[in-house]
Design a protein around this ligand. Structure first.
Ligand SMILES: CC(C)(COP(=O)(O)OP(=O)(O)OC[C@H]1O[C@@H](n2cnc3c(N)ncnc32)[C@H](O)[C@@H]1OP(=O)(O)O)[C@@H](O)C(=O)NCCC(=O)NCCS
Length: 167
């Protein structure tokens, strides 16, 4: 099992969309059992979810793709800036990018998510931002990953929290 990281480019939109579906429907309750194309349509029907990937790669977007030894994508994490008028779920301010992350199911639990997260945190700091936010469901075990990498809960909603890391 070996993997490496590379920057995400415009050609990665389909893979990132698949990872967004994994992140948004991590329990499979919205779209589990459907063919992937139908999963996408179902999950992206929520404009607030689609907002994480619409028009990728636009100004302010940045991301990293994990690939296996044959260069096949197996995970991705990316950030995007949002506005007060069109916020995503973990919106803090127009100057604070928000992170999304997903790993292909068969590759989870092998340290790829933590590597991607650290890489995106580093990239975001190098790009000059001083904070990075995200939204995670309260019962998603990913919350532990974020907490262990220095993200703190700054807002609690009925089913999700917003977490923020100072860079
Ligand atoms: C969450 C996710 C990105 C983590 O990536 P990963 O490669 O599986 O995680 P790693 O192997 O790097 O593990 C890092 C930590 O994640 C946490 N974690 C993530 N998923 C977990 C699970 N299902 N059960 C237990 N711990 C989990 C653990 O704290 C783990 O820490 P450890 O290494 O000390 O055990 C990945 O599991 C995933 O894509 N999940 C579905 C999509 C999703 O939920 N995205 C996040 C939405 S906010």
């Amino acid at each position: 099992m070996s993997f490496s990281l590379r920057p995400a480019g415009p050609q990665d939109i389909d893979f990132l969309t698949d990872m967004l579906v994994e992140a948004s429907d991590w329990q499979g309750v919205k779209s589990g059992g459907l063919p992937q194309q139908d999963r996408r349509v179902t999950v992206l029907a929520d404009p607030k979810v689609a907002g994480y990937i619409d028009g990728w790669l636009r100004d302010g977007d940045a991301g990293v793709v994990a690939v296996d030894s044959e260069h096949r994508p197996i995970g991705a994490s990316w950030t995007r800036l949002f506005t007060k008028d069109a916020p995503a779920f973990g919106f803090v301010s127009p100057e604070v990018p928000e992170l999304a992350i997903g790993i292909v199911k068969s590759w989870r639990g092998k340290g790829i998510g933590r590597r991607l997260l650290r890489e995106v945190v580093t990239m975001t700091g190098l790009a000059g931002y001083d904070r990075l936010s995200l939204s995670v469901d309260v019962d998603n075990p990913a919350k532990q990953l974020y907490a262990s990498e220095g993200f703190e809960v700054i807002e609690t909603r009925p089913t999700a929290v917003t977490m923020l890391k100072t860079l």
